[in-house]
Design a protein around this ligand. Structure first.
Ligand code: K2U
Ligand code: ZN
Length: 172
């Protein structure tokens, strides 16, 4: 089922999340719910703290070509084990910071190790939008948002816009 997405500022989005010791049925169901929530948004990634669950779990699917087969990925305890010197710049957004976009520079390629939904250890190298997205999602597990890479004034402006949005949504 679709889960509500927390909007910045929210203390739960700044927390360092706990590792998953045991992939229970409940956590596997959460991963499925997160994929449903992500596709509905729509988005290309989603981290468990964004739906208020402070565990190290992310989902992503960066296939954007219309008609191409989706490529949903579920990652428990994802870790970046290697990253390229070379960097790339993407205009990022965030489902917890709606309608705000800014350029972020990150390593262009990253090697990620994780446990998949079947409990198997995996390792894969990502580039292009996949690399940006997996780093964006792993940042969420460490309480870091893409606006934390921006200049303080720009970050404050975005935070004030989100506080206004939350006030308006509370009144609706
Ligand atoms: O974590 C999230 O909030 C999901 C973001 C992921 C994202 C990562 C890197 C670059 C952009 C987005 C959402 O998918 S935001 C919606 C979106 C989708 C594609 C491109 C830009 C923004
Ligand atoms: Zn995000």
């Amino acid at each position: 089922m679709k889960r509500p997405i927390l909007i910045h500022p929210d203390p739960r989005l700044k927390k360092v999340c706990s590792p998953v010791d045991d992939i229970t049925g409940e956590l596997s169901k959460l991963a499925d719910d997160m994929l449903e929530t992500m596709y509905d948004a729509p988005g290309i990634g989603l981290a468990a703290p964004q739906v208020g669950v402070l565990y190290r779990l992310i989902v992503l699917d960066c296939v954007k070509e219309e008609g191409a087969a989706p490529c949903p990925m579920v990652m428990f305890n994802p870790e970046i084990v290697a990253s390229s010197e070379e960097t790339s710049v993407y205009e990022e957004g965030c489902l917890s910071i709606p309608e705000q976009y800014a350029e972020v520079t990150r390593p262009a390629e990253v090697e990620v190790a994780w446990i998949d939904q079947q409990g198997h250890p995996r390792k894969q190298t990502f580039d292009k939008l996949w690399a940006t997205c997996v780093q964006h999602e792993i940042d969420h597990l460490n309480g870091k948002l893409f606006i934390d890479y921006l200049k303080p004034l720009k970050r404050q402006m975005i935070t004030r816009k989100m506080q206004k949005l939350k006030r308006e949504r509370a009144r609706a």
